[in-house]
Design a protein around this ligand. Structure first.
Ligand code: GDP
Length: 206
């Protein structure tokens, strides 16, 4: 897929305030500091479309970006939304705003009719973290389709990343029949870009 244009649209405090659901939408979520902004910038080939966060967990909004892409350089363009969702698990965020976050996210992912796929980002350097497992389990409960995206994988040996992924899937296997697709990425080394865009392209054609 070729990204022709990517532009910021709006930040919304709730899913009801989001732009009209007039095109397919793909959302990115993960623990604060997981590398979400870097990944979004890498996908869109822009330096600072999504702001790489200096204060993790500060941006508690649903951020919409309008993307124009085409299958090949000269193919017709189609439009979709890329959504940057607020991160979870920032230690300094008070209990009250954590609850508000949960409600906002649950409402968005279960209510947003044009949401085609959720990309859940996991730091490839770590063994399964309770907070990621908890979130993914909740997605299973809500029956939301998602893809696991492993980030910062350039920072660790491939065998360690594979082992961490294996441990994570093992935890899911105990209660799930179907396991999610996994994509390995590095924003620094530009790994995984084609795979994510191809997945989005395939959904857009459905
Ligand atoms: P966010 O809070 O999830 O949006 O995370 P950021 O994109 O701001 O990234 C957090 C930190 O991790 C920053 O210092 C980034 O430079 C760094 N980072 C993000 N992605 C990668 C990656 O793929 N490789 C490496 N080595 N560092 C990364």
């Amino acid at each position: 897929m070729v990204i022709k244009n990517a532009s910021y649209v709006i930040s919304s405090p709730s899913w009801q305030k989001c732009p009209a659901p007039d095109r397919p939408e793909y959302a990115f979520i993960g623990r604060s500091n997981v590398g979400k902004s870097s990944l979004i910038n890498m996908l869109c080939q822009r330096q600072s479309l999504a702001k790489t966060s200096s204060t993790p967990g500060k941006t508690q909004m649903i951020n919409h970006f309008a993307i124009e892409s085409s299958k090949k350089e000269k193919a017709p363009k189609y439009s979709w939304y890329l959504v940057d969702l607020p991160g979870y698990g920032y230690a300094k965020v008070a209990q009250k705003s954590r609850k508000a976050w949960s409600k906002m996210i649950e409402d968005y992912i279960s209510g947003r009719e044009n949401l085609m796929q959720l990309f859940v980002l996991i730091d490839g350097r770590h063994k399964p973290q309770a907070i990621d497992l908890e979130f993914v389990m909740a997605l299973g409960h809500w029956q939301i389709p998602f893809t696991l995206v492993y980030t910062k994988t350039d920072k660790e040996m491939p065998s360690v990343v594979e082992r961490n992924i294996g441990f994570f899937l093992e935890q899911l296997r105990s209660s799930w029949q179907f396991l999610p697709q996994v994509i390995i990425t590095s924003a620094t080394k530009k790994v995984g870009r084609e795979e994510i865009l191809e997945l989005i392209g395939n959904y857009n054609e459905k």
